[in-house]
Design a protein around this ligand. Sequence first.
Ligand code: NAD
Length: 300
Amino acid sequence: MIISGKDIAAQLRSDMQQQVDAMAELYGRTPNLVVIQVGDDPASSIYVRNKMRAAEFCHIRSQHILLPADITEQELCGQIDRLNNDDDVDGILVQLPLPAHINEEHVIRAIRAEKDVDGFHPTNAAHLWLHQPLVKAHVATIYNPVPDYGCTIACTPKGILSLLASTGVELDGKRAVMVGRSDIVGKPMAKLLMDRQCTVTVAHSHTRDLPAVCREADILIVAVGKPKLITCDCIKPGAIVIDVGISRLPDGSLSGDVDYEACKDIASFITPVPGGVGPMTVTMLMQNTIDCFRRRRVKS
Ligand code: NAD
């Protein structure tokens, strides 16, 4: 069965519209997201445009700040600091990658953790790893896929938990294999799955016999960036397969990391590319913006 991230994202965004409208009534203002782009790389421009459109749909206020590619790290961090101190700004996102002369880690650290809607700030990442939420008391749904960690969770793994919730399959006790160990997908995903009582294996570029490791998975999540790396001999019959990878092929089409046509009849559930994980990532960015707004209101 196909898991349509596109359809689930549309459902969630309509729900967010209502959440935001209710906030406008309650607080007299709506969440405000600022997206900073450095330089005009065409791929980054498309990602930023998608984020701005999603915000508009959800009735979230948003602002796009386009800075010159030769801006210094100090100047960029100065802009971020100004937004950190602006009480009307709830979420700050710096579109990655940044030009080579700017240290991304410094820039991510410059964003105040409570306004870090990507969940990449070390405070948010550490909180995820050290916090053990009351998972038993939490019923995962597409609308509420993670228990309250009290911090911002990276958008892609959070969106994947929503996709998994849409299957209705109980995660407790399942074998999960996460292929890829990036800070933005693989690592946080592994922790979230552990918290859902899965037995998790993280595979990566040095893993030996990747197909054998993948075949152990009841839940297989792949975030590598190599088109069709995962072939039918990697899938256990009935597994849930989530394809995070997205690569542009020489003919201009998009491909995931999973050979979709070869695997779709072996898996019980599978995400397509495009239309799977991608729309969920942007949608979770909107939810994170709403959540940052809410946490800041509760504090103040
Ligand atoms: P990355 O690009 O930082 O790292 C790739 C990972 O793949 C590394 O951990 C590496 O160890 C592993 N790897 C490389 N070759 C491998 C191999 N042969 N076998 C097993 N593992 C291997 O990772 P990322 O930033 O998570 O991105 C991965 C892919 O996911 C990219 O295609 C990216 O565009 C995509 N992505 C999509 C979304 C979305 O919303 N759809 C979000 C984030 C990333």
